[in-house]
Every structure is written in C-alpha cells, then in structure tokens.
Ligand binder design. Structure first.
Ligand SMILES: Nc1nc2c(c(=O)[nH]1)N[C@H]1C(S)=C(S)[C@@H](COP(=O)(O)OP(=O)(O)OC[C@H]3O[C@@H](n4cnc5c(N)ncnc54)[C@H](O)[C@@H]3O)O[C@H]1N2
Ligand code: MOO
Length: 394
C-alpha cells in the first residue's frame, strides 16, 4: 500500500492539461483562458453619458442658463455637434456630441422657457462623461491567459465585443455504477437492496466544478458485462469514474475488467481511511478512478484525488479546495497506520470532527464543510492541536 502523498504524486504525474479549443464565450464559464484576450477597439467607443440629463460645454457655461436643443437617446449615432451656448437632452449610455464635454444629471437642473438652469455647484468639467477608451483602449490586454473565466470576466469580454475564447476544455467524464444490490431512489426497497446514491453524489460534485458527466451507466456485477461497459466508455471519455467493485470480494470485478481493457494500473490501495481500496489507472491520457463503493469513500476519494486531477486537466491556476492549518475544537483518537480524512465542521476558526465517520454513512458528510486530515502515524489528538484542513467548496 502506498501513502496518500505518493498516491497524489502518481496521479499528478499522469495527468495532463487537455488541448485548448476555441469555443463560444457563452459556454466558457469556469474554464481557463489558454490565450491572452485583447480589446479589439476602444471601449466605450465614444465619450458616453453616465446619467440621464443634459450635455453641454463646461467652459461656455457662464450665466448658468443654456438654450436647450435636441435630444440624444442611447444608440443615436448621428447627433450633430453642439452649438455654442446650447445644451442637449441626453440619456445614460448615449454618445456625448462633439463640442460638449460635461453632463449634468436632470435632478440638478430646471428648465424654464426652453432654457436650462444648472444647479450643481460641485459639477466639474468632464463630469458624468465616461471618456472614450476608459474601460479598455484598443489593443490593451483584457485578461491574460491562465485566468479562470468567471461570470464577471465573461461579461467583461462580451462587453469588449469578444464572442469566442481559446480555453482548456472540460474533460469528458463517464460514471459507471456497479452493484447488483442497488435500487433507484423513488422506488420501494426490497430486502437486501440499498438506494443508489453514488451517481447522485458524483453528478452533484461535478456540478460544483462546472462539469457534468457525459453519461451515467449501470453495470451488473459480472466480469464480461462490466468489461464491455468499461471498454465503451473508455473510448468516449477523458475520465472514467467507477463506483464500487474495487475491493477483494468475489463480485469485485473492476480491477480485472480494467486490466482486460488495457488500462495500466498505477496503484490499487492507499494507506487511508476511508477509501482504502482506491484504484487509479490510465489508458493513454485517459484517467480511470475506481472509487470504493461506500458512499462516503466515493466522495472523499473524489475530493482528494479526482478533483485535483480534473483541475489539472482544465489547467486551473488554483484549487477551489483550500488547505489551512487550524486548531481542533475537540480531541480525537485513531489507530496508527492510515491517514484519516475526517468529515469536519469549520466554525469560528477551529474544526470539529463530526460524529458518524464510518464510510457507509453520509449523515456527517451532509453537514460537513471540510476534511480534517490526521496523519498516518498520528494517534492522540487534543483540543487546540493544529491539523491540516481541506475546506470543501459548497
Ligand atoms: N475483505 C475485505 N473486505 C473489504 C475491504 C478489504 O480491504 N477487505 N475493504 C472495505 C472497504 S475499506 C471498502 S471502502 C469497500 C469497498 O468495496 P467496493 O469498492 O468493492 O464496493 P462495494 O462492495 O461494491 O460496495 C461497498 C458498499 O457501498 C455500497 N454501495 C456501492 N455502490 C453504491 C452506490 N452506487 N450507491 C450507494 N451505495 C453503494 C454497497 O452496497 C456496499 O455497502 O470494501 C470493504 N470490504
Ligand atoms: O476505506 Mo473503506 O472506504 O473505509 O470503507
């Protein structure tokens, strides 16, 4: 059996970023830019009113009244230059006409007999006008490669007129669920059956990474059926996630089936709890995770091993799982020999190991917000001892 650190290194060393692709900006949230993005033109492309009000030339505004002439709604592109001694009605987002340099908001004006009276002592030249190119000048670097596209950056790029981006793509993921005892939620349980929850968990955790499984399939605990299913999904996926069937039981065919499909095994078993029988292999650049079927083991192994690999494939600059060193809010005792990933609750800068840590149970996981990592050889942990914590993304 290998250590947690060794397992992580092996996965890291066998994982590569996917080849960048150009795709619609609309579909790129959560992805990492593979190329610098530049502004193609000045934005805004004209001096732009920031208010509903009146545009005028600040220096020609002497007697505080100006003759009102015309109006410029947003989008009008043919407004004539402003005549001396006049002001023009203007609206937010509209192009300030030539010869005008300042906008006064309408709340700070009066109009009498077609004359505009400005009552704004604090107004300065250029006030309420967004200069041409003030957001970005043409040719300027908008977002450098390596940045994750957030909702804000997608909106920013769209605002620069960009509709396609070169990004590291999302891996194609298939989930293969094994286990003859499984019943779908919503159906009555027969004696000996358990509800199939692992595909729900995996589908949901993928969503927190902006990913979705291309397929979720069920395979019977039978070598040839499983092998057929795995072979098919290995061809169509970058990452294959299998749940259950990786232990040593007579019906645990995953390891053998993968071997028959040509998958190279890199490890099968880690000195950890839960998730000891985790299998990791590759077929070319494709990654295969045989996640131990116990519901809590599946998710623990996913967060600790699959998640970082997916982030690496997508070229993420930082992990969304944040590691911190924090004090324990209460003690904990364990046997030496395995690293423990405890479901924990981070509260007021200390972590509480939750009850119900067994790997068949999800109750504590359902309210946990972090893992508390207790080292392989550790045994006695006391209140205020500093431990490593992995904060899980919501
Ligand atoms: N003799 C040994 N037995 C076991 C060992 C061992 O070292 N020697 N390891 C144990 C550990 S640790 C784990 S973890 C499990 C992993 O076993 P498998 O990956 O083969 O998983 P299964 O046997 O198929 O299932 C385990 C458990 O989880 C339930 N399960 C499976 N799939 C689902 C699902 N999709 N949704 C909900 N629950 C699921 C299943 O019914 C079992 O209760 O092996 C131990 N045994
Ligand atoms: O290691 Mo298993 O995942 O605890 O039950």
């Amino acid at each position: 059996m290998i250590s947690v650190a060794e397992a992580k290194k092996i996965i890291h060393d066998h994982t590569q970023s996917l080849t960048p692709v150009t795709m619609p900006l609309k579909e790129a949230v959560g992805m990492v830019l593979a190329e610098d993005c530049f502004a193609g033109s000045d934005i805004p492309g004209f001096p732009q009113s920031a208010m509903d009000g009146y545009a005028f030339a600040f220096d020609s505004w002497k007697q505080k009244t100006l003759l009102l002439q015309g109006e410029i709604p947003a989008g009008r592109g043919d407004a004539p230059p402003l005549e001396a001694g006049t002001a023009v009605r203007i609206f937010t987002g509209a192009a300030v006409p030539e010869n005008a340099d300042t906008v006064v908001m309408q709340e700070k004006t009066r109009v009498e007999n077609g004359q505009l009276i400005i009552e704004d002592d604090l107004l300065e030249k250029g006030g309420n006008v967004r200069p041409k190119g003030s957001e970005m000048m043409s040719g300027a670097l908008a977002i450098p490669q390596g940045n994750v596209l957030t909702a804000a950056s997608i909106g920013f790029l769209a605002g620069l007129g960009i509709h396609e981006v070169n990004v590291y793509p999302k891996p194609k993921i298939s989930i293969v669920v094994t286990g003859n005892e499984l019943q779908q939620p919503g159906q009555p349980l027969e004696f000996g059956q358990v509800y199939e929850s692992n595909s729900y968990t995996l589908t949901a955790v993928l969503q927190t990474l902006h990913l979705e499984a291309a397929s979720v399939v069920y395979a019977a605990d039978d070598l040839s059926t499983l092998q057929e299913t795995l072979k098919f999904h290995l061809e169509t996926s970058d990452v294959l996630l299998i749940t259950g069937g990786v232990s040593v039981g007579d019906y645990d065919f995953v390891s053998k089936a993968l071997e028959n499909c040509g998958v190279e095994k890199h490890f099968h078993k880690i000195k950890q709890k839960p998730g000891k029988p985790l299998f990791f292999g590759t077929l070319g650049n494709k990654l295969v995770f045989g996640l131990p079927g116990n519901p809590s083991s599946v998710l623990t192994c996913f967060y600790e091993y699959t998640w970082p690999a997916l982030e690496q494939m997508m070229h993420m600059p930082h992990s969304k799982i944040i590691a911190r060193e924090l004090p324990l809010a209460r003690g904990y005792t364990k046997k030496p020999g395995l690293t423990h990933f405890l479901k924990g609750l981070l509260l007021n800068d200390a972590v509480i190991p939750l009850d119900a840590q067994e790997s068949y149970r999800m109750r504590s996981f359902a309210t946990a917000n972090c893992f508390i990592i207790l080292e392989e050889e550790g045994t006695e942990y006391h209140t205020d001892d500093i431990v490593t914590v992995h904060i899980l993304p919501a």
